[in-house]
Design a protein around this ligand. Structure first.
Ligand code: BG6
Length: 479
């Protein structure tokens, strides 16, 4: 279903995110017929481009980031025809006047701030000063949304001076992932799980976002951030919230965000021995984190594992273990809800230890859902038991159907145009998340804590394994 006609201005339109994600995503939405043919995308940046040079730049981006089979000349030309460019110095008036002349009056306006957060305030004020953003305009901002509570509050205040909260779309691209939304469908679209979704039946939850790549060319940015800010404060906490929240009364933006906020506020402070931080070491052909970050003194972590407790009726006593890191064995993002062991085994004579069921929601790769079940080992060998996965990969379950699975950015940008904020973070949510994360990071700084070195291609430091072992639990394999 096509969205309404729009003008989208991308500040930082020649930058990395626009080139790799936003513009290729919009191209795919155009192919699917969701983006109206009359809609326009205006790149605004400091680069000395004209519209044709910008189109050439975007064309190259499409070649690099879109499947070749989708790049038919007619389609590419049509898309490039919807682009325009404005060389803009945000600190001078001329550019803003020119932008005003480029925008149409009767369509939805969206402004994507794909720039450093230090520029958010200035751009917001200029949009208001030059009357470019009416009550219905949408403002899209990227992470990092602050680096602690104080800076996040300052950013929120700058935006709030100019826009209403209902106009502000804070992107966390994890919320745009297909399986994240499926998590809500599974929880609230099936009567089977919800009665079991609590401390009485769930032993623990583990959330893993493991990456095989290192920090590569992003070392300079990453070294100021670290895994806690780069992945935990946003992506992992969002996954935790969606797994743990109470059922919202409706699948509607504020109803969902209210419930997520309650979870963040219910998180217990984390003791220092419940967090492990690490840095990958060098291999024969790849550098260590220290080499990649080009900072020999770096104390920044690119791995975090932690135990999190939610102090509310539903979850008291059921820990959530979070883990994320670079240069681990494989790329894998999953949420595993591990249920308690059966209360009594009638199969003791068979020598089998009965393990609890587990529901595994795999975000990537091969999105799908698996239920770990115990069955009888088939064959004549008597009553021997074994565990098997009851597997549902989307690719198989929906085989043969012509499904158009937009990637996270595509979906989120279309939601912006539709005016649907459900999959975006509200200002108070972001602040509450920092409020919980800040003391953890402050402790590290105060104590001068050093990350533990771990082997590239493994599953992180041994201390992370111990974090679960000492509770009589273990991490799922990263495979
Ligand atoms: C980004 C982080 O937000 O998410 C990156 O800045 C990380 O460091 C990336 O690699 C992971 O996203 P995805 O979608 O590849 O899991």
């Amino acid at each position: 279903i096509p969205v309404e006609d729009f003008d989208l201005v991308i500040f930082g339109g020649t930058g990395d995110l626009a080139t790799r994600k936003i513009l290729p995503g919009l191209y795919r939405r155009m192919l699917s017929g969701q983006m109206p043919k009359t809609s326009r995308i205006i790149g605004a940046a400091r680069s000395e481009y004209d519209a044709d040079a910008f189109r050439e730049h975007v064309h190259q981006g499409l070649k690099d980031h879109v499947d070749q089979s989708l790049l038919k000349k007619r389609d590419v030309d049509a898309f490039l025809g919807q682009l325009d460019y404005l060389q803009l110095d945000i600190f001078t008036d001329d550019g803003w006047k020119a932008l005003g002349e480029m925008l149409r009056g009767d369509v939805i306006r969206a402004f994507y701030f794909s720039v450093a957060p230090s520029l958010f305030g200035e751009i917001a004020r200029r949009l208001v000063q030059f009357k470019l953003a009416d009550q219905d305009a949408r403002i899209v901002v990227e992470k990092p949304f602050g680096r602690n509570l104080e800076t996040a509050k300052a950013l929120n205040a700058e935006l709030a001076e100019c826009f209403d909260e209902k106009q502000v779309y804070r992107i966390d691209h994890y919320l745009g992932k297909e399986t994240v939304q499926n998590l809500m469908a599974i929880r609230f679209g099936n009567a089977l799980f919800e009665p079991l979704w609590n401390a009485q039946h769930v032993d623990h939850v583990q959330i893993t976002a493991s990456e095989s790549l290192g920090v590569g060319g992003r070392g300079a940015y990453y070294d100021k951030s670290g895994a806690m800010r780069d992945m935990v404060q946003n992506h992992l906490m969002q996954l935790l919230c969606l797994t743990a929240m109470e059922p919202p009364s409706k699948f509607e933006a504020n109803a969902v965000r209210d419930e997520k906020l309650k979870i963040i506020k219910a998180l217990s402070p984390v003791a220092p021995n419940e967090v492990v931080r690490g840095q990958y070491s060098a291999t024969e052909d790849k550098g260590s984190y220290i080499q990649d970050s080009e900072n020999p003194e770096s104390d920044t972590e690119c791995f975090v594992a932690m135990k999190v407790e939610i102090a509310n009726w539903r979850w008291a006593g059921t820990p959530f273990y979070l883990r994320t890191g670079k240069r681990l064995r494989n790329r894998l993002t999953e949420i595993a809800v591990v249920f308690k062991d059966p209360p009594h085994s009638i199969f003791d004579d068979t020598g089998t230890h009965l393990r609890g069921n587990a529901l595994i929601i795999r975000l990537q790769p091969d999105e799908g859902i698996t239920m770990r079940m115990t069955i009888k080992d088939p064959g004549p060998g008597g009553m021997r038991l074994r565990e098997v996965p009851l597997d549902m990969t989307f690719a198989e379950a929906l085989e043969g159907e012509d499904i158009d699975l937009p990637d996270a950015y595509e979906r989120l940008i279309m939601d912006v145009i539709r005016g649907n904020q459900t999959l975006f973070m509200r200002g108070d949510e972001v602040e509450a998340a920092w409020n919980w994360i800040d003391p953890i990071i402050n402790q590290w700084v105060e104590k001068g804590s050093k990350p533990i070195q771990y082997d590239s291609g493994g599953s992180g430091p041994d201390d992370a394994l111990m974090l679960m072992h000492r509770d009589g639990r273990r991490w799922r394999e990263i495979k």
